[in-house]
Ligand binder design. Structure first.
Ligand code: ATP
Length: 618
């Protein structure tokens, strides 16, 4: 079997799933749609027969007026139905398409949510597939539409062919024979179209990326300042032009195929017309027969054309839907323990045992044989130069990735044995690259605990601990104020506000603190954007909050980590030093070097310079 035939067979295997996606959300709508479509199919054949009968009766005396009148009323009713039904049909089609689209979208984003690690969302192939799947929202409704169109076309062809076969068997064979190459050509075109979409998908993704940059207020600052807009626009244009060249190639192919098919159809119809005129002149066909012949040839050709296009559309929609199905079936980037155990409350501690990790086989090692223990109730600080692997270690603790070698143990149990949701429910984290959500102040904080009790009191307590309550409570709508201006007007009661960088950081901190008593609190650079006074305050408050709780603090501000029970120094993915502040300072190693350098930076202010409050407490 060829690759194309395999792809087609695989595409057809999605038919039951596609049917479920239109039938389940819109049963009545689908039923009514099928019925109106069926009536719409019968109407043109009935109209052709009624016209023939009227003409035959009118041109062959004696004329029976009552019979002709009855046929005329039937023809008028058919014409009225033919005029109205398409409107109803369109309404039903749009309605079922919306409902099905919603279900398709729900399923897609639920499948993305089942990807519990980060690896797939960093994989360009998965992202291209995801983009194709996003475009498949209307595929099930389109398949239903096209299948019904195809069945209708078959019914029309059968109806007209029966009439035509009586008048001219040779013409019937010629018409049907001409449909075979047309079908093959259309299926070939549809396959090419699906392949072209796949080919230009990465280009569309990059184009979207540039378009988002050019309209994003955050990015715009740098883009305007550095006058980089022209450069980005030219990149965006280049992506669009590259996609155009693929589309042009496809359009040329379509033009040649469609042109050839239209020419063939015109020649076949012309030959038929010549034959019918001669047969009428010889007296072999009546006037009614000639109109029936012409209507049948036109009807068969139109129905064949529509049917063939519908068959191609079914194939194309199924090939597109195959990406949706592939995303749904995509294995999670993290193996799930079966049956997964619930992560119990932490009793002894968390241990990284000989952990090696790299982001992919082609990447260098980010962690190389890390051994580290975070005792229950203890505070550990992680320090080290840029790129030494601190955030990577945090990501392994959250199980966004699994170690390439070694294990992360929770009270001695490999965390891979726990259900991921349970494990994460026991953690709270402020990430270095925390998010600013375009939501209200309360939602921004409560987001960390949507499953928990949505008590405003708890949100406000967390905000207080993060030192942001006094700001949020004084906003125009208090905690209900939107922390964004992109969805709300410039003024008025609904106007949103924009927080400063440091205020956003405190909101992120409040989000981590709202989760009632996590077993492990991870703070990855929680104060990098704060002013010295605020940083001092936050660290004092956090030190109080972390007392008796298990915590991991990652920070380049060494003054902030000196009180930790244990300080771990990472260098090139290896733990090079572990100990208390004083012992590490006395050892004169990496930590001591970094600390002395930082402390000197604060002490070496020029005379008369306004020195901020020193970071290093003596
Ligand atoms: N998603 C990723 N894919 C590939 N490599 C990555 C990824 N994230 C980090 N790395 C690489 O892993 C190494 C460790 O990075 P990591 O972010 O853990 O360092 P860090 O110690 O937190 O640095 P910093 O102090 O600058 O925050 C770096 O070499 C980095 O380039």
């Amino acid at each position: 079997m060829t690759g194309a035939a395999n792809a087609e067979k695989a595409a057809l295997s999605h038919l039951p799933a596609v049917w479920g996606l239109v039938w389940r959300p819109a049963r009545w709508c689908v039923t009514a749609y099928v019925l109106t479509t069926a009536v719409g199919v019968v109407a043109p054949v009935a109209a052709a027969w009624l016209t023939k009968s009227i003409l035959d009766r009118v041109t062959q005396p004696p004329v029976a007026p009552s019979a002709v009148l009855g046929l005329a009323v039937g023809l008028a009713a058919t014409a009225a139905g033919t005029a109205v039904l398409p409107q109803l049909n369109r309404y039903l089609q749009a309605r079922l398409s919306r409902r099905s689209g919603l279900l398709v979208q729900d399923r897609l984003y639920a499948a993305v949510g089942r990807q519990q690690g980060l690896r797939n969302l960093e994989d360009p192939l998965f992202l291209d597939r995801l983009r194709m799947a996003q475009q498949a929202e209307n595929a099930p409704a389109l398949v239903l539409d096209s299948v019904l169109g195809l069945l209708g076309a078959v019914a029309i062809v059968v109806g007209f062919v029966a009439s035509l076969a009586v008048l001219s068997p040779a013409m019937t064979v010629l018409l049907l024979g001409s449909a075979v190459p047309a079908l093959i050509a259309q299926l070939w075109l549809a396959r090419g179209q699906a392949a072209a979409y796949w080919e230009i998908s990465p280009r569309h993704r990059r184009e979207m990326f540039y378009a988002t940059l050019l309209t994003d207020v955050q990015a715009t600052k740098e883009i305007r300042l550095f006058s980089a807009g022209g450069f980005l626009r030219s990149r965006m244009r280049a992506e669009r032009l590259a996609a155009h060249s693929v589309e042009d190639r496809l359009d040329r192919r379509t033009l040649v195929v469609h042109g050839g098919l239209a020419l063939t159809a015109a020649v076949v119809a012309g030959v038929g017309l010549l034959w019918a005129v001669r047969a009428a002149a010889d007296g072999r066909l009546s006037a009614g027969d000639v109109t029936m012949f012409i209507a049948s040839v036109a009807g068969v050709q139109a129905a064949l054309g529509r049917g063939i296009s519908d068959a191609a559309r079914v194939q194309q929609s199924l090939l597109l839907f195959a990406h949706h199905a592939a995303v749904q079936a995509h294995p999670s980037d993290l193996p799930r323990a079966v049956p997964g155990r619930a992560a119990p409350p932490l009793r002894r501690g968390i241990e990284l045992r000989d952990v090696w990790f790299r982001y992919g086989p082609e990447h260098p090692w980010a962690l190389r044989g890390v051994n580290l223990t975070i005792p229950c109730g203890g505070s550990v600080a992680l320090v080290g130069r840029n790129g030494s692997g601190k955030s990577t270690l945090v990501k392994l603790l959250c199980r966004f990735y699994d170690p390439t070698r070694g294990a992360v143990l929770w009270d001695g149990v490999d965390i891979r044995e726990f259900t991921i949701e349970d494990l994460r429910a026991r953690l709270s984290v402020v990430f270095q690259d925390y998010m600013n959500y375009d939501l209200s102040a309360e939602e921004n904080i409560a987001l960390a605990d949507v499953a928990g009790e949505q008590e405003s009191r708890r949100v406000q307590e967390a905000a207080d601990r993060a030192g942001i309550h006094h700001v949020l409570s004084r906003l125009p709508q208090g905690y209900s104020t939107q922390l964004t201006r992109i969805f709300t007007g410039e003024s008025g009661p609904d106007a949103g506000v924009v927080l400063s960088g440091g205020q956003w950081q405190r909101v992120a901190l409040a989000r981590a603190l709202v989760k009632g008593g996590p077993d492990l609190l991870i703070l990855d650079e929680p104060s990098s954007g704060l002013d010295p006074e605020a940083e001092q305050q936050i660290h004092t408050q956090l030190a109080r909050h972390r007392q008796g709780r298990t915590s991991l603090l990652v920070s380049h501000r060494l003054s902030a980590v000196r009180d930790a029970d244990r300080i771990v120094v990472l260098q090139d993915g290896v733990v090079v030093e572990t100990g208390h502040h004083d012992s590490l300072l006395a050892a004169g190693g990496v930590y001591s070097g970094l600390f002395t350098l930082q402390a000197r930076g604060y002490r070496e202010a020029r005379p008369g310079e306004d020195v901020h409050q020193p970071m290093v407490r003596r």
